[in-house]
Design a protein around this ligand. Sequence first.
Ligand SMILES: [Zn+2]
Length: 381
Amino acid sequence: MKKFMFLYFVLLFLLSGCVIKPEIHITGVEEGKVYADKRTITINEEQAGTYSMTLNGKSIESGHVVVKKGTYNLSIEGKKLWLKSKKDITFKIDYQPPKLPALKNEIQPGYFQEANIELIKEDGITYDIKLNGEPYDLSKPIQKEGMYELDIIAVKENGLVSHRTDSFIVDNQTFTQEMVEAFLSFHFDYDQIEDPFIIKWIGKKVPVYIHGEPTNEDLDQLRRYLNEINSWLPVQFEITQENKTDITSFQLNIYFVPNEQFKDYGFTEELFQEDGETIGFALPTEGNDVDGLLATTIGIDSTVNQKDRNPTILHELVHALGMYNHFEHDTSSILYPLTNQQITTLNETDKTLLGMLYRLDIIPGMTEEEIRQMWKPRIVE
Ligand SMILES: [Zn+2]
């Protein structure tokens, strides 16, 4: 009878749930995870019963904080009466973000016919690639003509990311060798400044401030020229009513003043009068090789007759677009250094070279050699 009672009691004890197998619940770290921050390891002590916990072999308590970079093995053993549970968790701490995604060849601002972009993939990194916002498989060449923005996000197992964005165009335009040489010599074979470089406007909207005393015809001509420029170049000049004189921000300032006053607006050259008189100037006043031109000042002599002023306005505007050289031998060009009352539009060379300058693959600060290399595949005879 006694024996029976004992068994009965034991059964009751177990069935009523007074003794449950210890359970190991850890918060702060999980098996196989890589963390980029410090971790606090906490154990549910009640569920674990009497426990022992070691981290890489060293005994730790619940609430232990792991800070140092490394690979860790957490070993826990829980015990309730004669019942035991065991758990092992391996995790890593790594504060290093992934490397910036690297490409086999650096991205060019422009590609002829197709862009082949090859990503150098690293182990343990996943890549999120988007072309104009849509997921893209870079193993396919980009052949459709257009403007592109490529985003590559490298994601490391610790969750840290590195992100690069590149912009470029793909198009099928070709040039003759002669056109390329004309463009390069215009911009780089230039003795007025020591180290010639490409400058142009790359902001879309450029406010135009008019100062001094323009005639109505000056304004009509100016509007006509600006509309023409706006209609085919990727810039937008907008005449504003405000009379602004601060020349450090994004703007084009045009002064219609007697040429003796040019010096007040930044013109430092010797002023010619009478024969070969200086009747206009254009001067870039702010800019850099990232933002392009930021401010430019134009002066138009308000004392000369209207017929000379009209071509001068266009001549200086074309300079202000970044075409600072002259065509010394092309009398039909608006950039012929001497004013010709008959020339009031751009000739073919002016248009071609301006169009080349405002291609999206030409960026401020580019060198002659960079442009030569980039345009090589486009040259046809
Ligand atoms: Zn000039």
